[in-house]
Design a protein around this ligand. Structure first.
Ligand SMILES: Cc1ncc(COP(=O)(O)O)c(C=O)c1O
Length: 401
């Protein structure tokens, strides 16, 4: 059969793009409209104010760019740095690798600090580099908060502490693509100068908005940064912000309405509750992996990610086969292992508009697939571990108390 609609919903458990809630789909289901009418600037103004809340910043300026995380990276880098600038960048998995490749192609002088995949950024190495850089040749630290390929979360508070203890002025540029709005992220408190995310991750929108938030030091740096930029130039946005019309080009109107709905959902649940829900989802997934007798790719608890878990499979199993079967037989979408960990891990994404019982469905599916590919797992073992934990931790739904 060429085409067959598998009944029910696809269990979308890749770590982005994630499920889009009905409220967002409905908000985007509308005609085009004139973006020069007063309605779009009025909408944009609320978005710029409210986006700051999920980044936990009062001083940052957001840019809602029709792009993906990759474009948001480029916007962050080209607006703040000049070719030849020395930057320290941590290679801990596929996404930090791609970002480093971009940094090199943009002609920065990249000091790469590499870790084993499954480990976090080597902050002891950062400390020694910062301590010895009394001439302040390091212009920026680039770090991925949550490495989506391995399920590793880095400690940004510690990065800030290192920079502060040596009074080092390097900009702190953070990729929060699979963290912001799901994990604890504090732009102002951690002195993050530029932070980025993408709409298709924790915000549960379609792909297409790269959100870049620039703090005051980054805005200052953008006045002298010499990297070539046109479409991504913050100057053009700022000019239109001042005019109150907001857009130097045609905005992606549907995505803006979607973003409004996404932010409303976050505020209705409460950002701290969103973060706590992701912690429950991450903890339950880790308990299931343990119950299956498998290993988490993340090597230490301090790096455990609450948005994605990369599960190491025994060497006699190709993890890509698990992903293929999940989709073919159970209508379950899991994440492939990427690059160095291709064939060795599969990933369970547990981020976005997702609840605990949805995750149990995914875990049940993974157990059946593990048996299909010859791994001797007891059906229900991971589900039991996760549900025993959920039973004691899921709060009442506030509107139904
Ligand atoms: C941590 C991280 N950074 C950057 C990206 C790149 O984002 P995009 O694919 O939207 O360009 C991804 C994509 O998954 C990611 O997970």
């Amino acid at each position: 059969m060429d085409y067959f609609n598998a009944p029910g919903r696809n269990h979308l458990f890749v770590p982005g793009p994630v499920n889009i809630p009905d409220q967002i789909i409905r908000a985007m289901n509308r005609n085009n409209e004139d973006y020069r009418s007063p309605a779009i600037p009025a909408l944009t103004k609320t978005l710029l104010e409210d986006v700051k809340k999920i980044f936990k910043t009062t001083t940052g300026i957001p840019f809602l760019i029709p792009t993906t995380g990759t474009g948001a990276w480029e916007s962050a880098l080209t607006n703040t740095l000049s070719p030849g600038d020395r930057i320290v960048s941590f290679l801990i998995g596929q996404f930090s690798l791609l970002w480093i490749d971009q940094q090199q192609r943009l002609k920065f002088n990249v000091d790469v600090v590499e870790s084993d995949w499954g480990q976090g950024a080597k902050l002891d190495v950062l400390e020694s580099k910062i301590a010895s850089d009394t001439a302040h040749t390091i212009k920026a630290i680039c770090i991925v908060h949550n490495e989506t390929a391995t399920g590793v979360t880095n400690n940004l508070a510690k990065v800030r502490q290192i920079l502060d203890s040596y009074k080092h002025p390097a900009l702190l540029i953070v990729d929060g693509v699979s963290s912001i709005c799901a994990l604890d992220f504090r732009m102002d408190e951690w002195g993050v100068d530029v932070a980025i995310t993408g709409s298709q991750k924790a915000l549960s929108l379609p792909t297409g908005i790269g959100i870049v938030v620039a703090g005051p030091r980054a805005i200052e740096a953008s006045k002298t940064a010499k990297s070539l930029r046109v479409f991504f130039d913050w100057k053009d946005y700022l000019k239109f912000y001042q005019l109150g019309t907001y857009w130097p080009y045609t905005p992606s109107i549907h995505l803006l309405y979607g973003l409004r709905a996404a932010l409303d959902l976050v505020f209705e649940e409460g950002l701290e509750n969103v973060i706590a829900r992701h912690n429950r989802l991450g903890t339950a997934t880790r308990l299931a992996v343990e119950a299956w007798g498998l290993k988490n790719c993340t090597q230490k608890e301090e790096w455990h990610s609450d948005t994605v878990t990369a599960v190491i499979v025994p060497s006699y199993i190709d993890s890509a086969e698990i992903v293929r079967r999940a989709w073919k037989r159970y209508n379950l979408s899991l994440g492939l292992g990427l690059n160095k960990v291709a064939g060795k891990v599969f990933r369970i994404g547990h981020l976005g508009y997702l609840n605990e019982l949805q995750l149990l469905g995914c875990l049940a599916g993974v157990e059946m697939i593990l048996q299909d590919v010859g791994y001797p797992v007891k059906l229900g073992s991971g589900v039991a571990a996760a549900s025993a934990y959920f039973k004691n931790t899921i709060p009442l739904i506030p509107s139904r108390i």
